[in-house]
Write a protein that binds this ligand. Structure first.
Ligand SMILES: *Cc1c(COP(=O)(O)O)cnc(C)c1O
Length: 436
């Protein structure tokens, strides 16, 4: 599979290179030079397969030139070892529950697939993964790479802006997982990561790699579950898919599924008050504002880092941004009302899923069916959900276990020099390099 850098199309890399580098020159995002596509008959055959087998075929269409079909099957089997059920919520609306993995959020799909790919690539050179998280990516990455040989993970997150439950889930692991609470918001964390990637000396010294939603391996993994959603819905209606969006990686993967031939009629990008994209689609002006803290905090992003890929995809496919994509924001007040509305329908949701449901329910036309992505388990936002519903919703075992453990995070100001010094003195890759 060949990919080019959107900012510098002359920079072309293989899938393996793109996974190892994360970002291209000038922080450009890698984009597939060709998007494999399936005929209608092939799509129908795919839809009839079990998840892992289907995923191996979808992924093989991209990376089959760099890994054997045997290896791809093994990557998919190890990465996707938990279910993704589609649950009916109302007459015409379903939800794809992506939160049955080890950290109870959809980021387990991308995180676990990426760790499987890197496990194969880290045999030659030690790798340090540096990533910024607004909540869930960090947990998924930390758990996906926990105890994987030759790989160390450093996660930056905005201090005090993720839930205590989220923090406990990934800041208690230790071993090859290091976590740093940054005094600042998510965008500040993301800016530090970008600066580190621009630092050639550091990159080389610690074998720097990114694992946040910009890594192409994560996007490929996420394409697979859109086929699963489609496979479980009635086949005689138009299908609309609603994606609660922050950095827009999940939506990018959905649109790639469509580009491969999955006949989704329309995609919805549902956001919280951080509404850069809905305003952009309405006005044509890209005007990010100060990031605002909301109930759906994993979507508190005002400069979505995957947006250039979406623009590129629409350009390559000749699609019309306004016809094929609908985007609208949901306020916290409406999110609360929607969690109550869903509870009345017999479905316990959390703020992110509720945002996805809200825009979908409001936009769905007669003759269409809709599916919204359930991006996190309600227990990950236990405090918020219980406050709205006025009752205890319990805690799954995986979360309960980590709540007992002490936090192991460091705390830094949003200062690049400080981060660099930490990385050069505390990572195994830097030590190994010095010893040479
Ligand atoms: C990360 C996350 C999102 C946003 O996904 P993007 O790919 O960044 O748009 C939505 N919901 C939850 C629970 C998340 O963790």
């Amino acid at each position: 599979m060949q990919l080019y850098n959107i900012k510098h199309p002359e920079q072309v890399v293989s899938f393996k290179q793109a996974v190892l580098q994360g970002l291209g020159k000038d922080q450009g995002l890698f984009f597939p030079a060709t998007i494999p596509s399936f005929t209608e008959q092939e799509i129908n055959e795919l839809l009839a397969l079990p998840f892992v087998e289907r995923a191996a075929k979808i992924l093989g269409a991209f990376i089959g030139d760099e890994f054997s079909q045997e290896e791809v099957k093994e990557l998919a089997t190890n990465a996707f070892n938990f279910p993704a059920p589609v649950v009916q919520v109302s007459d015409n609306i379903w939800t794809l529950e992506l939160f049955h993995g080890p950290t109870l959020a959809f980021k387990d799909f991308g995180g676990r697939f990426m760790s499987q790919v890197l496990r194969l690539l880290a045999k030659e050179k030690k790798i340090t993964i540096l990533t910024a998280t607004s909540g869930d990516t960090g947990a998924a990455v930390a758990h996906a790479f926990y105890k994987i040989p030759n790989i160390e993970v450093v996660v930056l997150y905005p201090k005090g802006r993720i839930s205590e439950l989220q923090e406990k889930l990934f800041c208690t692991l230790g071993q090859n997982i290091k976590t740093i609470a940054i005094d600042g918001d998510f965008d500040a964390c993301q800016a530090l990561v970008k600066q580190a990637f621009d630092d050639a000396e550091l990159r080389e010294a610690i074998g720097l790699n990114s694992a946040n939603s910009i890594n192409i391996s994560r996007l490929l993994a996420q394409i697979t579950y859109y086929f699963e959603a489609y496979a479980r819905l009635p086949r005689d209606k138009q299908v609309v898919v609603s994606v609660p969006s922050g950095n827009f990686g999940n939506l990018t993967a959905g649109l790639l599924a469509k580009a491969m031939g999955l006949p989704v009629a329309k995609f919805i990008a549902a956001t919280n008050a951080n509404d850069t994209v809905p305003r952009y689609l309405a006005s044509g002006n890209w005007e990010p504002q100060q990031t605002r803290a909301t109930l759906s905090n994993a979507m508190d992003v005002s400069r979505p880092n995957n947006w250039p890929r979406i623009e590129e995809l629409f350009k390559v496919k000749g699609w019309d941004l306004h016809a094929d994509l609908f985007s609208a924001p949901v306020s916290d007040a409406t999110t609360v009302q929607t969690i109550l509305e869903l509870d009345k329908l017999g479905y316990v949701s959390e703020p992110h899923g509720a945002v996805g449901f809200r825009v979908l329910a409001d936009a769905l036309q007669p003759g269409q069916v809709g599916v919204f992505l359930g991006t996190a388990h309600p227990a990950k936002f236990k405090a918020e959900v219980e406050k709205v519903l006025g009752r205890d919703i319990g805690l799954p075992e995986a979360l309960a276990y980590h709540q007992q453990l002490p936090l192991l995070s460091e705390n830094f100001p949003a200062d690049y020099a400080r981060l660099k010094e930490f990385l050069l003195t505390n990572t195994a890759a830097a030590q190994a390099n010095k010893a040479k």
